[in-house]
Design a protein around this ligand. Structure first.
Ligand code: PLP
Length: 405
């Protein structure tokens, strides 16, 4: 008899965004004339920049010619893209990263999920709460986290400025996400130094998700964890072009695993993690499409960078409109400066889902209940700056009118 992976039954039954979609759908069927504005899901709305479109069109043309056609590419990504990543994202910032430490992929969701595979099921995992749900769920799916082997939550609350504190016990795998989804909190250099030190002392590994790095404006934080001394021995970094360059539908990101990052066999023998990931990718991944990688490369041209900056600026302005508007309406608001996410405290002691319903039914706005990102998200709510300007302004006007009275 064929058996299933029972770990899947340890997952929460419904995925956050499908529950939201269901509720919104039901509301729209009952109220077809209401204009519902969606500031919930973290998807971008601006189209690809012209420089990317140009590069991808050229790549398609190449694929249509016998002389320039490309079949299977390198599993780790083409050198033309890895060279740009190494130069612009690392070497120009004083970080020494080699091409063979960079692995191009189809996005950070797959990478953060797949990486779980190369580590032992017996590792103890620490995850900030609240955070992007993929870290927890993928560890549950593979059986590393369950009732017998619970996750170590690192609470991020308004009392600690949404900054995780070091665990009292030993952990092996530490997920950090900065700027954080959903709180928008960004870890300072000082905070990160503490974690790098902890990981070094405990022979642990930090899985550092920097998917929102491009939104950072503060000087006292980092665009890469490898800016922190010692991080090259203790951290794996995940980056994504999704929010940077509107690649949510194109699919491209990358992982950086420095040669110095080591893990251990049961017998204590040291292993280079980068080599294991390379083995995994060569076996299970046949490379990111050539056309996609040419598109990603175009982000690094002078014009590409200017065009991307313009888009990021647009979302930043949206974030400012939301943040200031909510503050005017009397809400306690966090995030929204180094991040496209605005994290607001639900007023009057209501739950996240009660507030979701209230906002949907009375103001016709969709956001994301904080509790969907973890227990510590209860009593909070996430709005995103990825909407278009007109809708963002209208949404905030509605909120101001409704809550100011
Ligand atoms: N990491 C975080 C923290 C995210 O919020 C998201 C998407 O919302 C991702 C990764 C997924 O990125 P990608 O589109 O590259 O898979």
């Amino acid at each position: 008899m064929i058996k299933v992976n029972e770990n899947y039954f340890n997952l929460e039954e419904s995925y956050l965004f499908s529950t939201i979609a269901k509720k919104v759908n039901e509301y729209q069927i009952k109220n077809p004339n209401k204009k519902v504005i969606k500031l919930g899901i973290g998807d971008v709305t601006l189209p690809l920049i012209p420089e990317v479109v140009k590069a991808m069109k050229k790549a398609i043309e190449e694929m249509g010619q016998k002389e320039t056609f490309r079949g299977y590419g390198p599993e780790q990504g083409y050198d033309f893209l890895r060279e740009k990543i190494a130069k612009y994202d690392y070497q120009d910032k004083g970080i020494d990263i080699d091409l063979d430490e960079i692995f191009v992929s189809d996005g950070a969701k797959c990478d953060t999920g797949n990486i779980t595979e190369i580590f032992s099921k017996n590792n103890k995992v620490a995850i900030t709460d609240p955070v992007y749900p993929v870290y927890l769920d993928t560890n549950i799916m593979c059986g590393r986290i369950n009732k017998e082997k619970p996750v170590v939550y690192l609470p991020c609350t308004k009392e600690n400025n949404f900054m995780p504190e070091l665990p009292k016990e030993h952990v092996d795998i530490i997920y950090l996400c900065s700027p954080n989804n959903p709180t928008g909190a960004t870890m300072t250099k000082g905070e990160l130094k503490k974690w790098v030190e902890y990981a070094k002392n405990n022979k642990s590994i930090i899985l550092y998700d920097a998917a929102y790095e491009r939104f950072i404006q503060d000087q006292n934080t980092v665009h890469s964890i490898f800016e922190i001394e010692g991080a090259k021995e203790t951290a794996i970094e995940f980056k994504s072009y999704s929010k940077t360059a509107g690649f949510t539908g194109v699919r491209c990101g990358y992982v950086v695993i420095p040669k110095e990052v080591k893990a251990y066999k049961e017998n204590g023998e040291e292993v280079e993690v980068r080599k294991m990931w390379n083995r995994r990718q060569c076996t299970k991944f046949n490379g990111t499409p050539y056309i996609t990688q040419r598109g990603a490369e175009a982000i690094y041209t002078e014009r590409g960078r200017k065009e991307i900056d313009k888009n990021i600026e647009y979302y930043r302005e949206n974030a400012k409109i939301i943040k200031e508007g909510l503050e005017e309406a009397g809400f306690n608001v966090y995030g929204g400066i180094n991040s496209p996410y605005i994290w607001l405290e639900v007023p009057n002691g209501k739950s996240s889902w009660e507030f979701f319903d209230e906002l949907l039914e009375n103001v016709n706005i969709v956001g994301t209940p904080g509790v969907g990102f973890g227990k510590c998200g209860e009593g909070f709510f996430r709005l995103t700056a990825f909407g278009d300007r007109e809708n963002t302004i209208e949404a905030i006007d509605r909120i101001k009118k409704y809550y100011k009275k």
